[in-house]
Ligand binder design. Structure first.
Ligand SMILES: [Zn+2]
Length: 76
């Protein structure tokens, strides 16, 4: 499980980025909304898309995702 946040301010492309808590680009606590715990960013994205539009998974988080899946396998 990872904890996900959505930026409350749109970026230059008018998109809101979905981040996990470990993202190096995570907005400050005043500029993000808590989404909840999910197994993957795509699961979190599915939920936030029911509430908001123009959401994109943060590219920095995408890079982390693969590392996360690998580390999860080690735990099993
Ligand atoms: Zn991010």
């Amino acid at each position: 499980m990872k904890f996900f946040y959505i930026s409350s301010k749109a970026n230059d492309d008018n998109q809101f980025l979905l981040h996990n808590r470990d993202c190096p680009d995570l907005p400050s606590k005043y500029e993000r909304d808590y989404v909840g715990p999910f197994n993957s960013a795509s699961e979190a994205l599915r939920l936030v898309l029911t509430k908001k539009e123009n959401i994109k998974i943060c590219p920095m988080c995408d890079c982390n995702r693969e590392v996360y899946i690998i580390s999860q396998k080690h735990e099993l």
